[in-house]
Each structure stands twice: as C-alpha cells, then as structure tokens.
Design a protein around this ligand. Structure first.
Ligand code: UD1
Ligand code: UDP
Length: 355
C-alpha cells in the first residue's frame, strides 16, 4: 500500500510518532508536513527527539487566516497526490491541516482515512469542531478513539466504515513514558524539586484572543501559592504582548518556550495539577492520573470528566480557584480510549479495507 500521511501541527507529530512507524513496517508511507507549525520548538524538536520519520515533503504553508492556510495546503496536497498516486491519504485530528487533507482526499481517487474521528464538542464556534465534522463526512474510513465517538458517527449516519481503534496518543504516551522520566532533565532545569507546582497551557483563541478571559485565567493562577509553570504557545505570547499582559505574567509565573514531548510528559507526570485548554493534554493528564482543570465550557473528551479527574471551569475565577483547591482525582478504572494498540489496529483495518 502507498500511503500519504499528512501532519502540520504539534499534536499531529505525536500522533504520527505512533502511527507512521507502524505503517512503515509493511507499507510505503510518504509523510507530508504542511508547515502549519514551523518554530523549532513547535515542530523540529518532535522529529529530533522522537523516532518520527523525517517528512518527505514540507509544504511550508506557515501561518495565515483559515482560508489562506487551508487553501495553500490544498494546492500543495493535490499536486503531491497527482505525483505519487497513493492508495490512501491519512489525516489526524481537527486542525486546518486535517481539513485540507479531507477536502483534497475526498475528491481524488484515494481512500481517505481520518484518525481521531467522531469527537464532538458540539460547539461550532470552535474552528476545530468545524474541521472535524467536515473531515469525518468527507472520509472513507473513520478511526474513532472511543465508544462515544463511534456513537456520534452512528447518529450522523457515517459509521459504515467506522472502527473503534482506541486513541493513538495513548500509544505514544505508553511508548515514551519511561524514557521521559529517565532522560528528561526539565525538573532540574526549572529548579522544581519537591515543591508542588501547577503546569498550565492556554492556546485556544477563545481564551487567548479575549483579554478579559486571558487576564482572569492568568491572575487566578498567579494568586495560587504554588509555582506556575507556563510553557507558552506562540499564539499566547503574541496575545499577551498585544493585551499588555506579558510583563505582569513574567513576574508572577515561570513563562517558558514550549518544550519537547519528553520534557512535557515529565512536567505533567510530576505536576500537582494541570490547567489547560488543550485537547491532548486533558487526555494525557487522565492517562497519567494527574488532576486536570480545563479552561473550557465543554470538551470533546467527556470521559475524562466522567472519571472524576477533569473539571471544566471555563474562565470563571471562582470555578478555577475551587478546582485548584479541591483537586479531584479519577475514581474510575475504565479505559475509554483503548489499550495502547491503536496504531496496530489502524494498520490492520487499512490492510483489510476493500470497498
Ligand atoms: C492549531 C490548531 C489547533 C491545535 C493547535 C495545536 C487550527 C485551526 N488550529 O492552533 O486545533 O490545538 O494548532 O497546537 O488548525 N505560530 C508561530 N509559530 C508556529 C506556529 C504558530 O509563531 O510554529 C503563531 C502564529 O502567529 C500563528 C498562531 O501561532 O498565527 C496560531 O497558529 P495556527 O497554526 O494558526 O493555530 P494554533 O493556535 O497553533
Ligand atoms: N506538548 C508538548 N510541549 C508543550 C506543550 C504540549 O510536547 O510545551 C504536547 C502535549 O504533551 C500533547 C500535545 O503537545 O501531546 C498537545 O498539543 P496542543 O495542546 O498544542 O494541541 P491540542 O491537543 O489542543 O490540539
């Protein structure tokens, strides 16, 4: 089988880490990086420290409006499909790189596969929700990470070729966890000894682009007596500058550049609590059994909330404070996202697919 896999944003490199190596055991994979993320610490670091195959092509699309970014990716991807004539196009998650692959793949003579299908936040104001719904409806094969995601696909009438493969990020975490704990020096570098700390990330436009929400979140974190470690996404740093909040937060929290996956796993595993609006981090907190406080009103990973280990607080000061004080741990043994063999499952389904 010849497969074009498309990645572009940070979490997709981690997903490809789990899946590309599995596909390459038997198949010819062409890895395409759209260039959506391009800073060293948002992209190269993952290829360097994880055993991810180097992209065969980088479209170099960079940042831009949704339409500009998606359209440029589509032009580049279409050209590569014509050049390589793959059997399968595979995309991950819910970014603009995902949607571009979905639109191109659905109009070409390829089997389009979507990994992380069926997730729904039911909030159409999030660009990710639009991307995931449209890509699911364009794809031929849907790999859902959970039973609930399967149910969403069923209720939308697109479950004929849907499979509950489990979550590929669980595969990735299981495979690097020991290495991260053994090799990462991040705790020493940040002088994080035995004192409890809060690990925070904020990157969703709803939180970063609204100065009131961003200020409330950061001030509430800063008021906590624990140290706050904030590896900041470039979007967040840009907005902190624009809103005039950068100097204040640098005084009150340890604001650092984004870190590599091994360092981030170690930071998560040792945190007293994780505060985030990230999708992937909510899940990693769940897998690592670290309490999570989610800066959103809804989540596409509701199983983490049902487990008791994740609380949705939006940008509400009292709700954040309450969740930081009364840390809630998961009380469930359920494994809603599979057993860490999602990549193998995906390879098997692709090999057996014959529409
Ligand atoms: C994107 C995804 C989001 C995902 C996130 C993962 C979309 C619509 N959003 O959001 O679902 O959770 O990636 O991190 O696809 N920038 C840099 N350097 C970089 C990358 C970005 O400076 O390497 C800055 C640019 O100013 C850019 C901004 O960050 O305009 C936002 O980047 P973009 O890729 O458009 O969206 P993300 O917020 O990263
Ligand atoms: N991550 C990382 N370094 C960081 C922040 C996050 O390696 O400084 C990893 C994290 O472990 C997770 C993924 O990036 O696997 C989450 O990406 P992000 O929050 O950007 O996107 P989302 O999951 O919300 O789409």
């Amino acid at each position: 089988m010849k497969i074009i896999s498309v990645v572009g944003a940070r979490p997709q490199f981690i997903k490809a880490y789990a899946v590309s190596n599995e596909l390459r055991k038997e198949h010819d994979e062409i890895l395409v990086h759209t260039g959506q993320h391009y800073d060293e610490e948002m992209s190269d670091v993952f290829f360097e420290e994880l055993d991810i195959p180097r992209p065969d092509h980088n479209l170099g699309v960079g940042s831009g409006s949704h339409a500009t970014q998606t359209a440029e990716m589509m032009i580049g991807l279409e050209e590569l499909v014509h050049r390589h004539e793959p059997d399968v196009m595979l995309c991950y998650g819910d970014t603009n790189s995902t949607l571009a692959t979905g639109v191109v793949g659905s109009k070409e003579d390829v089997t389009l596969a979507h990994v992380e299908a069926g997730l729904r936040s039911f909030n159409r104001e999030m660009p990710e929700e639009v991307n995931r719904v449209l890509t699911d409806h364009a794809a031929d094969i849907l790999f859902a990470p959970s039973e609930r995601a399967m149910n969403h696909l069923e209720s939308e009438g697109i479950d004929e070729y849907a499979y509950n493969a489990g979550d590929v990020m669980y595969d990735a975490l299981l495979s690097v966890r020991e290495k991260a704990v053994a090799q990462s020096d991040v705790l020493e570098e940040l002088n994080l000894w035995d004192d409890p700390y809060i690990l925070a990330t904020v990157h969703r436009p709803r939180n970063t682009d609204n100065s009131e929400r961003l200020e409330t979140i950061l001030e509430t974190l800063a008021a906590d007596e624990r140290r706050v470690i904030l590896p900041a996404h470039p979007r967040t740093v840009n907005r902190l500058e624009q809103h005039g909040l950068l100097d204040a937060i640098e005084e009150e929290a340890t604001l650092i550049d984004p870190v590599g996956y091994l360092d981030f796993i170690k930071l998560q595993a040792n945190a007293d609590v994780i505060v985030t609006d990230s999708g992937g981090i909510q899940k990693e907190a769940f897998f690592l059994d670290v309490p999570c406080v989610t800066l959103r009103e809804e989540t596409e990973w509701p199983e983490t909330v049902e487990s008791g280990g994740n609380v949705l607080v939006g940008a509400n000061q009292e709700a954040i404070q309450d969740a930081l004080t009364n840390l809630s741990h998961s009380t469930s043994d359920a494994e809603p996202y599979g057993d860490g063999n999602a990549a193998r499952e995906i390879r098997g389904v692709l090999e057996g697919y014959d529409k």
